[in-house]
Design a protein around this ligand. Structure first.
Ligand code: NAP
Length: 485
């Protein structure tokens, strides 16, 4: 496989230390390639380049900037197959879906390019002698620190709006899944971006991410990842009072009422749970099922998994679930399965690696379902980030189930399934989560905001709210009487 360098200041460079680190194919455990092991001095070079590029990029007319950002959308579509192939290789995403997912990201650039052109300010009524207007300006140099679970998607969600409104960016991709970020840089190289407008520095979070967080020349950090790292970034970035956008973990409650369409609920919720091998922040974390339909729901979940989820080589057309991202993460997920069994939850499906065969070298765990999980168990409280559904003990009271659903340090998203509209709306109003789906799990485009409550983070990604995150709001007051002709 191609040996990538880092993309800094419009050039492909090795790490200053000349050191590299290996990345692996999670489906086989084989080394794919080695990447530059960036460090603080590489961050230094990237920040200098991004700062130099900022006045050039931010002073372009919005029309010109938007045209360039639109071209990225077209290039993403052209290169979707290759981007998808990389996702299959280094992340284990089923090939059939990977290229499609990559192509869809072009939408984010198109939306940002278009909407940045209407980023209007306004005037605020004062006296007739004074004009006060508000205008939006780019923040400056933005560090994008992103997770491995949807490697390219998480970068694009930030890069598209940040670039479109005039910021320059330093991408710190996840160490184990950096290849798509470097391929993206290769795509961007074809455009007329001033050198340093986008930079990619590979290497560990503890050094590259840390350096970005404390660097005075970085104006903002846009972060998606775990709560632990998010909390560390709050502390590190406070040294220079940086703006922080935080998209963190979730343990998302799903409420299934006795009047729900059980087959649809089970199918859609298992899809949400098993998609990307369960490595999704929005995956259902805890299922609360009414006692009258408990057994029926569990049965429907098992049937839906048998019908829709085929664990296998991600290159195989039939595969819908590939491996977990790394051996370390597989061990982490297996630790949760062990803990569920030890704490008395009932394992009704899976809980193991695939039977012996070619998959044994990869980092696979089969779809797993626990029932009768109690609120205090570790698997009920912590994010597992694997193909493990936790169906809680049955509920009988709406008031009680709401209390249990909200007894959660996270507040990313929630689902409610009921055919009683008023009951559904009551739950939606009272659930402490940034997004609530009522009888559906419809995904979203760039026009929709996304972001959590509580320890799931703050600020929004997507929509105009998300675009504003990458701007400063300036108030300008003009004494009209002082203006000369
Ligand atoms: P993570 O370990 O927090 O890593 C995220 C990024 O932070 C990686 O690039 C990582 O670098 C870097 N990093 C690690 N330690 C750092 C430090 N001390 N200073 C600065 N940067 C540091 O998270 P993950 O395991 O990759 O991702 C899974 C988490 O992301 C889950 O909790 C999931 O829920 C969350 N997530 C949330 C959303 C959302 O929209 N809310 C979406 C997707 C994922 P290395 O890769 O080098 O460690």
């Amino acid at each position: 496989m191609k040996q990538y360098e880092m993309w800094i200041g419009g050039k492909w460079v090795d790490a200053e230390s000349n050191k590299t680190y290996p990345v692996y194919n999670p489906a086989t455990g084989e080394e794919l390639t080695r990447l530059p092991l960036g460090g603080a001095s590489d961050v230094d070079t990237a920040v200098i380049a991004a700062r130099r590029a900022f006045p050039i990029w931010s002073k372009k007319s919005q029309a010109e900037r938007s045209q360039i950002v639109s071209k990225i959308a077209a290039l993403i579509r052209e290169n979707a197959q290759e981007l998808g192939n990389i996702d299959t290789l280094d992340h284990g995403s089923p090939l059939k879906r990977a290229a499609f997912s990559a192509a869809r990201l072009s939408d984010r650039f198109e939306w940002a390019a278009y909407n940045a052109r209407s980023l209007m300010g306004h005037t605020v009524p004062q006296s007739s002698d004074v004009l006060v207007y508000l205008q939006r300006e780019p923040v400056g140099v933005v560090a994008l620190i992103t997770p491995w679970n949807i490697p390219l998607g998480m970068i694009v969600q930030k890069l598209a709006p940040a670039l479109a409104v005039g910021n320059t960016c330093i991408i710190k991709p996840p160490s184990i899944d950096s290849l798509q970020a470097l391929k993206l840089a290769e795509i961007l190289e074809k455009l007329e971006l001033p050198p340093g407008t986008v930079n990619v520095v590979t290497g560990p979070g503890g050094t590259v991410g840390h350096a970005l967080a404390i660097y005075r020349g970085v104006d903002m950090i846009a972060f998606t990842g775990s709560c632990e790292t998010g909390k560390e970034l709050i502390s590190l970035s406070s040294q220079t009072v940086k703006r922080l956008q935080l998209e963190l973990g979730g343990k998302n409650p799903i409420i299934i009422c006795e009047d729900a369409d059980i087959t649809s609920a089970a199918t859609e919720m298992m899809n949400g749970q098993m998609m990307n091998s369960g490595q999704t922040c929005a995956a259902p974390g805890r299922f609360y099922v009414h006692e009258k339909v408990y057994d029926k729901f569990v049965e429907a979940c098992i049937t839906s998994i048998a019908k829709n989820w085929v664990v296998g080589d991600p290159n195989d057309e039939k595969t819908t679930m590939g491996p977990l991202v790394s051996a370390e993460h597989r061990d982490h997920v297996e630790g949760y399965i062990k803990s569920g069994i030890e704490q008395g939850a009932r394992l009704v499906l899976g809980g193991k690696r695939p039977a012996t065969g070619p998959l044994n070298k990869g980092y696979y765990v089969v779809p797993t379902i626990f029932t009768h999980v109690s609120q205090k168990m570790k698997i009920a409280r912590e994010e597992i980030f694997g193909p493990v559904a936790c169906i809680m003990e049955p509920f009988s009271s709406d008031e009680k189930v709401l209390e249990m659903a909200n007894d959660n340090t996270f507040g990313l998203c929630a689902h409610v399934w009921t055919q009683d509209a008023a009951r559904g709306m009551r739950f939606s109003n009272d659930l402490q989560a940034g997004t609530v789906w009522l009888n559906n799990s419809i995904g979203g485009g760039p026009e929709l905001p996304w972001g959590g409550y509580k320890e799931s983070g703050y600020s929004k990604e997507g929509s105009l709210y998300g675009l504003y995150e990458y701007t400063n709001l300036k108030r300008v007051a003009v004494d009209i009487r002082s203006l000369k002709k």
